[in-house]
Design a protein around this ligand. Sequence first.
Ligand code: NAD
Ligand code: MG
Length: 389
Amino acid sequence: MASEAPKKKVAIFGSTGSIGTQALDVIRENKDIFEVEVLTAHTNDEMLIAQSIEFSPNAVVIGDVSKYEKVKSALSGTDVKVFAGEKALEEVADFDSYDIMIAAIVGFAGLKPTLKAVEKGKVIALANKETLVVAGDIVMQKALEHRAPIIPVDSEHSAIFQCLVGESRNPIEKIILTASGGPFLGKKPNFLVNVKRDHALQHPNWSMGAKISIDSATLMNKGLEMIEAKWLFNLNPSQIEVVIHPQSVIHSMVQFEDGSIKAQMGLPDMKLPIQYALGFPKRLQNNFPRLDFRRYPNLSFEEPDYKTFRNLGLAIDALQAGGNKACVLNAANEIAVWAFLKNRIGFLDITAVVEKTMNAVKYIAKPNLQEYFDSDGEARNFAASLIKL
Ligand code: NAD
Ligand code: MG
């Protein structure tokens, strides 16, 4: 019998990216449960137009205002409302008409629209980890006040979230975040000094957007995920451990006070955590390939190489320092990764830019939202001056 429940109306912020397009793949397979209410893209007008024609959202936003006329005229024969520019992201996030936001914009740019959705009490399927890295205390406090559930999409955090279902009375002893190690696992600085963007973009197990691919290669991604985990699961830094697990089939683990450990496993495919977040608390049937243990006779684990991949240590420093440190780390990293992708700096320079910026920007112990924005701006300017952009 067909389900009688009303369809969940989904707003995908960052619909043209790696997460956004995979979220649409999930929705395409579950049209009886979900419908698309909002789509947003930064510059990819062609893809936004194609997605709008296929999914008939109520509204779309194109970030790049110079592309507004093109999107508007391509959709003129439809009911889709077209908006443009950064401010429109927040205005559309403020709509009553959707139920769940997939926060899939990359970087600091995702913070404002996500905060708006939190203030509206929407369900947030959170892929944009930078939102919590920058202002996790404020975002989580507002989520509590406005009863906005935040359901992680990041695979490690989805794994931990899934391990915690049914465990609300049981304190966490620690969590163990697994890391693939990225394309340069086992390499040393004398190799890393020469790596180029195209090599760094080749992740062994996951196909992702450019920024997170570089973050995975430098291990900054795992550092950002430690900070993300602190806020999502209300943990102390000492409760968050990282282990390298190159096969990426254990997506992360929770250890409870009796020493028992729960792990969530599966093939590395982001559609699974996206679908889990969209369907929660229900698991939805799908035909994704299944994990066959006989094809993974050796699951291995090792300590991260903190000496070579210094970004991870810098992120742990920020995690321990609290205040605006993680916001500064994130801003400097965004600038440095962008410069690396443009071949302006070398791979190891990313760490140097982040470290110098963290030392230069004034520490604020308990920033308000404006102070987070100011710290972000100051860190970006300082990092850019190092790179001489
Ligand atoms: P992506 O680069 O593929 O896509 C980013 C999306 O954000 C695009 O739709 C783009 O149009 C939009 N965007 C970019 N800059 C913007 C701006 N300034 N303003 C508004 N929109 C902008 O990135 P992705 O890999 O899909 O990652 C998205 C987020 O999800 C990141 O925060 C990433 O860390 C997180 N995440 C991604 C994966 C993955 O497998 N790709 C896994 C876990 C977490
Ligand atoms: Mg992850």
